[in-house]
Design a binder for this molecule. Sequence first.
Ligand code: MTE
Length: 322
Amino acid sequence: MTIKKPSDIPSSEITPKSTYLTRRKFIAGAAAAGAALAGGFYLRDHLDTATTVHAEGQKLSGIVKSKLSTSETPTSFKDITNYNNYYEFSTDKYEPNGLSKNFRTRPWTVAIDGMVKKPKKLDIDAIMKLAPLEERIYRHRCVEGWSMVIPWVGFPLSALIKAADPLPSAKFVAFQTVLAPDQMPNQKRSGVLDWPYVEGLRMDEAMHPLAIMAVGLYDEVLPNVDGAPLRLVVPWKYGFKGIKAIVKISFTDSMPPTTWNKMAPDEYGFYSNVNPQKDHPRWSQASERRIGEFRKRPTLMFNGYADQVASLYSGMDLQKNY
Ligand code: MTE
């Protein structure tokens, strides 16, 4: 990203740190249980018991395997949760896990607005029931040149879009991360990023079956550091499109602004599809270092999802700054 040049990213930095998440099991307080019941949604459906709250480490149940998963070996839980980009907490890779430990993910609502039949607010526990939870094991390629394989738990973004009921004239969908400077230390600092973090997709990209909203990984509630309680995953694009901790989804007929494009328009395009033939202005995108591996491996067009998604971009010049 703009803060670090490739020469500033020593290979030692992508060596995982061995700090496991503290697995915490929370017993529901009366307020949380009451709120869930008042919404008419029983936590029981996706959890082991009806008396637990969604929190890091909580097991999710009823997860369906997906044919869209890769058979590649997933990166370890330890590495997925200890080598992160979450600039609201820190620009360091290893700090966000610890700093996000107490981030509050309940109560949580997502506002739906813009070009929709009716603006509304959806509760996260209702969102988690829009569709069966699926395991989607996806390759994850960061624009910085590292990659992982992540066993996400989530559901198709298209299910959420259907529930949002956009107008046929909506052409793009925009996402916004929570503004919570009391909990996210870098949102109080100037000169990091323009807050809140925002991202966007063209509507046909958003409706593609590979695009998901993640609410978990490794069969557990999504760790805070990976974007709990709700995070976008678009596996054929660079990782920065996967916006975390979403509180707003807006529909529009014009291309929405995106955080990294605003920061450095010559370096990060709106589309940002993984493309080994299109180098970043400051480094090559031809290869990547899979976390946990020593040798670099070639980066694949559309991160290996070309068969499924290339048709979305027919007629576009992929060598341009897309
Ligand atoms: N979303 C928010 N809100 N803030 C961020 O800093 N970083 C992005 C993306 N989503 C980021 C974000 C980047 S650069 C990457 S590579 C991925 O999250 C990293 O996701 P991970 O930490 O789960 O691997």
